[in-house]
Ligand binder design. Structure first.
Ligand code: NAD
Ligand code: DAU
Length: 336
């Protein structure tokens, strides 16, 4: 397969690029990424000389740039990871979220039609379903009810994909996954932020009462789920992907402290996120029964290898936590 991966310099995209190149010796990837604050070519170190891999710095919202990348020809698929992904940032400035996550998706769908790309995969999120009460899990038919600008912009992207299938016969599938963790995750997100703070004996800022529930999946399992949907999914279908490990945030933070042998006195409860969704839990039985996918990592083993990865890559943490990150951290947590 020859795949245009967008957003391949980010956390999940870079793991997916590595996963495909390792799993399919004949596959080729062109990685189109704008390199925002979250895009980092260090995430792809070692691949630069691979003949089956090429990088293009472009914006998915720029039709001319997307056309230029696709004009190399013969693409079998586009897999769209490119997005603004952090809920807290979307609460401060939503416009770029709409531009990339909603309008950028439309640019890619239009390009699929112009270039007759046989398959499109939209990497989406369980956040489009909104928040659950104390019982139940998200299934693919759960109504979309996003509660923050990030999830609203992703839900709009999903609706545009659905419309491209229905109106123009674009062969597209959507995956909706829960919270990922693993190597190369930008340390603005819960798990890498807590690990990085622990390593500096800094306070661990837990929002609200820490009892908000998320489902956690190791990034490699998300990649294999996307891969299953890409190669075997039915056009127009949505596939939920989850790790079957839904627990309160406080439990995750305490696990990290235990693995790193740090005291719970580092925990600091801070002002809650506005509109903070209380509980996510995801039912992945459709992709399991229809496409034969299942996660292959336990939370405990994956968390330990994730911590080991951050311990072994302190330079990476230092680079990502320099520059703009300092301003961001002060703005987000300074007076919280
Ligand atoms: P990330 O923030 O680590 O990376 C996003 C990447 O997209 C970066 O490399 C960035 O440079 C690139 N990008 C941003 N705007 C772009 C644009 N206009 N044009 C081209 N490239 C652009 O994100 P991530 O956590 O790896 O998430 C990847 C995808 O997976 C997103 O679509 C996200 O909504 C989805 N997702 C993430 C999670 C999670 O837990 N992180 C869970 C479910 C779904
Ligand atoms: O559910 C999938 C989504 O998971 C993805 O679509 C998003 O791109 C991804 O960012 C993630 O969204 P969350 O908002 O759930 O992730 P985040 O890591 O920001 O927060 C996880 C939980 O931890 C959430 O309940 C908020 C809380 N939190 C987060 C941070 C950064 C804290 O308590 N303290 C923090 O400092």
């Amino acid at each position: 397969m020859k795949i245009l991966v967008t957003g391949g310099a980010g956390f999940i995209g870079s793991n997916f690029v590595r996963y495909v190149l390792k799993t399919y010796p004949d596959d080729q990837i062109v990685n189109l990424d704008k390199l925002t604050y979250a895009g980092n070519l260090e995430n792809l170190a070692g691949l630069e000389d691979q003949k089956r891999y090429a990088f293009v710095r472009s914006d998915i919202g720029a039709e001319v740039e997307v056309d230029a990348a696709l004009s190399a020809g013969d693409f079998d698929a586009i897999v769209n990871f490119a997005a603004e992904t952090h809920v807290d940032r979307s609460l401060q400035d939503a416009q770029v979220f709409v531009q990339t996550n909603s309008m950028g998706t439309q640019v890619l769908l239009d390009a699929c039609r112009r270039h007759k790309i046989p398959r499109y995969l939209q990497v989406s999120t369980d956040e489009v379903y909104g928040s659950l009460g104390p019982e139940g899990k998200f299934v693919e038919t759960t109504p979309l009810a996003p509660n923050n600008p990030y999830s609203a912009s992703k839900a709009a992207g999903d609706c545009l994909v659905r419309a491209a299938v229905g109106s123009h016969g674009v062969d597209a599938v959507i995956t909706r996954c829960s919270n990922n963790f693993g190597p190369y995750q930008f340390p603005e997100k819960l798990i890498p932020l807590m690990i990085a703070n622990c390593l500096e004996d800094k306070e661990l800022p837990v929002y609200g009462d820490g009892m908000h529930v998320r489902d956690w999946i190791y990034v490699e399992d998300h990649c294999s789920g996307i891969d299953a949907a890409l190669r075997k999914g039915v056009a127009g279908e949505v596939y939920n992907i989850g790790g079957n490990y839904d627990v309160p945030n406080l439990e995750i933070v305490k696990t990290i402290l235990r693995v790193l042998d740090k005291p719970e006195s580092l925990i600091r409860f801070v002002k809650d996120r506005p509109g903070h969704d209380r509980r996510y839990a995801i039912d992945s039985s459709k992709i399991e029964s229809q496409l034969g996918w299942k996660p292959s990592h336990t939370f405990e083993d994956a968390m330990r290898s994730t911590v080991d990865w951050y311990l072994g890559n302190r330079d990476w943490i230092e680079h990502t936590r320099s520059g703009e990150y300092q301003t961001y951290y002060e703005r987000m947590y300074g007076n919280r």
